[in-house]
Each structure stands twice: as structure tokens, then as C-alpha cells.
Design a protein around this ligand. Structure first.
Ligand SMILES: *[C@@H]1O[C@H](CO)[C@@H](O)[C@H](O)[C@H]1NC(C)=O
Ligand SMILES: *[C@@H]1O[C@H](CO)[C@@H](O)[C@H](O)[C@H]1NC(C)=O
Length: 450
């Protein structure tokens, strides 16, 4: 089992396995165990609570205004040139992506992917392709106002914005002076952040992360949850796993080893009776278009299919079309060509596109019975691959909907997605946002599967 899974995952994105539980055959009524072996911050924000400087996780995008000049730091031409403090309005050139080394130490990446740095001449530039010592800075925040900060260079001095807008790494004056007139003081605006597994493990650092993440694995999904699922009519789980699981127990830093053991537990809990519990392997989840081309993905799917078949003649191989390619049917011909047990996966959310904003509950429900039913039929040929609605949810863009409206929306989806020949999987089992949690929906009688 381990080999099978590890081998199927020669991908660099998210991969997914479906565990066939309780001895059933397709079509499955499944739930995604999202946020478990691949952390998503919005599903359980409290996981990040104890990270120092938790608003400055890896990948955070910031803009920095010199308070003395009232001008933003800017990588001239988007990078490859000087760093200046001469822009009244912040946009792409004035946005820096943080690479977090630890809670206080960072690299700053600019629009063209170069890094800012201060070398011998103490002038600040944004033209290093790799971050070295000169590109490594310490952010020193004002305790009374953490969005006010200084940036210490590797030479021990601070960045300062001089009249005319040049930026030098040579401020050695008072560190207690946080007045607006001080040329080394900057005001930070955080304009974007990420909260994934990388951010979590990198944020806690190598000493804390293993404890935090193992505690999450052990408590978020337990054997009792499988009892709950079984008692409430679910027949399978879909488990997102990270690409780093293939290196378990020694994944690349900052990831924490042990997720393969947690996955093994899920397989054990899912076995009610003596049947093998692996239902299928999804080679890649929501591949991006146009970054991933159709041809590359086709070749990858062919190789992945052959790899899985070396280990199992019966496990289903699940193919996902490219997110935003706009054609759920793009891999149907390939699915026919691969000899057997192939599944086409589609994800249906009544959100994430302007189309759904402002739709009434009835509009949304009609959309399920009409458009979704048609779309699903189009990937459910009578004589070919099976279909899977691998992600859907009872949440929508309707504000303040009544419980009855939520019930009808969920019921419509269960009815329509029930025609998928491989089955469906709700997103997700547990989530801080109630309607995204199938457990909450069942506990609160919004969804009934039996
Ligand atoms: C952060 O990393 C820098 C550079 O490796 C190191 O000098 C510093 O001691 C580290 N700080 C903490 C708090 O770990
Ligand atoms: C939803 O309910 C909240 C709280 O009762 C209210 O403030 C808000 O205006 C409502 N929104 C809509 C779109 O009805």
C-alpha cells in the first residue's frame, strides 16, 4: 500500500487518494478529509495562533512606506536595479514578497523575482537572483505599533530613506526613536498572505512544528470519525495528501515527517470487513492552466496510469481537468484510451465566479438541477470512464439563507451528483466555517444521507 501511494505521487502538486471504506463499491458517497494532511489555514485558523509574528508568514506580500518621506519603497523597473523610496502610490514595483527564514529574519523578493540586498557600498539594490547574506534582513517591529518597523541589514545597520529617494543600509542612529521623521522608520501594509502547510511548519520552525502538526494529525481525524461517517451513510473518504508525503519520513524542510503513518491510520480505520480500502488514486488535484499544458498533463497521466497499474489492476485512476481551462471533458478521450478503471473528476462550487453573486436560493437550486446536471452528464458516458464530483459544498454566496434553503440546496446537489458513476465527495469533513463541514451539516440536520 505504501509503495503504491508513494509511487503514484511523482507530482509536484497536490495529490489525492480515495479510500474505499466499509466494503462498498462505486458510486461512493464520500467526504474530503481536507485540512488534515494538507493544512489550509482558513479551515482551522487556530493552528497558526502560537506562531511568533504570525502575520509575517512565508509568502506574505507587504508594502513599505518611509514615514519621513511619505514615499513607498520601490524596486525600480520591478527589479534588476536600485531600491528607491520615491513612489507616492504603491503597486507591483512597491510590493515585496517575504521569504521567511525565521520569526525575525527575511528575504524580500520583488516583482521580477530578484531579491533586495545591501552590499559593500551600502546602497540598496533589488538585483540579486539568489538570496545570500547581503539579502538577509531582520525586521525589528515597534512594540507599541507592530506595523511600524526598521529593517536591519547584514552589516548591522538599518535601511534608511534619504532625501531624493535613495535607500542606503547605513543608519546607525537611535533605535528607540520611532518618530515619523526618523529616516529608518517604515510603515508596513500587508496586502496578501498564505496559510498553507509550508507556512505553518516554516512559521513554527523545526523545534515546534513537529509537535504542533503531529497533535493536529492525531486529533483532527480519529477512529470515531469513521464510525460517525459510516453511521451517517458515507461510504468513502477522499484524502488530500501533499507531494512531500512521498519522501516520508524525511520530507524536505520545513515539512514534518509522519504524514504517511497518519494516512495508514485512515486506511486501517476505513476497513470494515476484509476488503482492500484503496479505491483510487488521483494523480493531481486541480492542475493549473495555462501553466500546465494539455500535452504535458496527458503524458503525465499516461505515465501515472501505467505506474499505478504496476501495483494494482483494480485501483481506479482519477484524472482531473485543468482548473480554468474551461473544459471538464478535455481528458475524456485519454480516459477512453487508457484501458480500464479510469475516473474523470469535476469540482462544483456555486461560488468563486461573478456568476453566482446575487443569485437567489431558487436560482442556485435551479442551476444545480439544470446546468450542473447537464455538465455532469457530459462527463458520464454510458460506455466509458466513470465520473466523480470530487469536491462540492453546501455553502454558497447567498447571504443569511434560512436553514430550509440550505437543506434544499444540499438536497438538490445530493440528488444530481448522485448520478455520478464513481460518486461524490463533500468539501470538507471538518471546518471552522460551519456550512463547509459535513459533520456540522449532519449534526445540525441540514444534510441527511439516509
Ligand atoms: C534567525 O536566523 C538568523 C540567520 O540564520 C540567525 O542569525 C538568528 O539567530 C535566527 N533567529 C532566531 C530567533 O531563530
Ligand atoms: C444578514 O444579516 C446580518 C445580521 O442580521 C445583517 O447585518 C445583514 O445586513 C444581512 N445581510 C443581508 C444581505 O441580508
Amino acid at each position: 500500500m505504501k509503495e503504491l501511494i508513494a509511487y503514484g505521487f511523482c507530482s509536484w502538486l497536490l495529490c489525492v487518494a480515495i479510500s474505499k471504506s466499509f466494503g462498498q463499491n462505486p458510486p461512493f458517497k464520500a467526504v474530503n478529509l481536507g485540512g488534515w494532511l494538507v493544512v489550509e489555514g482558513w479551515m482551522k485558523p487556530s493552528l497558526f495562533d502560537d506562531i511568533p509574528n504570525k502575520d509575517l508568514l512565508d509568502g506574505t506580500q507587504v508594502q513599505l512606506k518611509s514615514t519621513s518621506l511619505n514615499m513607498y519603497l520601490s524596486a525600480e523597473n520591478g527589479g534588476g536595479s536600485a531600491l528607491a523610496a520615491n513612489r507616492a502610490i504603491a503597486s507591483g514595483w512597491e510590493t515585496f514578497r517575504l521569504w521567511r527564514i525565521n520569526e525575525s529574519t527575511f528575504n524580500f523578493r520583488v516583482e521580477n523575482r530578484d531579491f533586495i540586498g545591501v552590499g559593500e557600498g551600502k546602497r540598496a539594490f533589488a538585483h540579486a537572483t539568489e538570496p545570500g547574506v547581503d539579502q538577509t534582513f531582520v525586521i525589528v517591529r515597534n512594540n507599541d505599533n507592530p506595523l511600524t518597523l526598521r529593517i536591519r541589514c547584514s552589516n548591522g545597520l538599518y535601511l534608511q530613506a534619504l532625501c531624493g529617494g535613495s535607500v542606503m543600509g547605513d543608519y546607525g542612529g537611535s533605535e528607540d526613536d520611532w518618530s515619523d521623521e526618523n529616516p529608518s522608520v517604515f510603515q508596513m501594509t500587508i496586502i496578501g498572505n498564505l496559510q498553507g502547510e509550508y507556512q505553518l511548519t516554516n512559521g513554527y520552525g523545526p523545534h515546534q512544528a513537529p509537535r504542533v502538526i503531529k497533535n493536529h494529525w492525531d486529533t483532527y481525524i480519529v477512529a470515531d470519525d469513521f464510525r460517525f461517517m459510516s453511521e451517517n451513510g458515507l461510504t468513502a473518504v477522499r484524502i488530500p495528501v501533499g507531494w512531500w508525503i512521498m519522501f516520508d519520513p524525511n520530507p524536505p524542510k520545513p515539512f514534518v515527517g509522519g504524514s504517511l503513518q497518519a494516512l495508514d491510520n485512515a486506511f486501517t480505520w476505513a476497513e470494515y470487513g476484509n476488503r482492500p480500502s484503496l479505491g483510487g488514486i488521483q494523480l493531481m488535484n486541480e492542475p493549473f492552466a495555462p501553466a500546465v499544458t494539455f500535452d504535458d498533463l496527458s503524458n503525465y497521466y499516461r505515465a501515472g496510469y501505467d505506474a499505478v497499474r504496476k501495483y494494482s489492476s483494480s485501483a481506479y485512476v482519477i484524472l482531473s481537468s485543468r482548473l480554468a481551462a474551461g473544459d471538464d471533458r478535455e481528458f475524456l478521450p485519454l480516459a477512453y484510451a487508457l484501458s480500464h478503471s479510469v475516473v474523470i473528476d469535476v469540482h462544483y462550487y456555486n461560488m468563486f465566479s461573478g456568476y453566482f453573486s446575487g443569485l437567489s436560493p431558487k436560482d442556485n437550486i435551479d442551476f444545480i438541477y439544470n446546468e450542473r446536471a447537464k455538465a455532469l452528464q457530459a462527463v458520464t458516458p454510458a460506455d466509458g470512464p466513470l465520473s466523480l464530483v470530487g469536491e462540492w459544498t453546501g455553502e454558497w454566496e447567498v447571504k443569511n439563507a434560512t436553514k430550509e434553503e440550505y437543506q434544499r440546496f444540499a438536497q438538490a446537489q445530493i440528488e444530481v451528483y448522485g448520478k455520478a458513476t464513481f460518486g461524490w465527495a463533500y468539501w470538507s469533513y471538518k471546518c471552522d466555517k460551519d456550512h463547509w463541514s459535513l459533520k456540522w451539516m449532519i449534526d445540525n440536520n441540514v444534510i441527511k444521507l439516509q
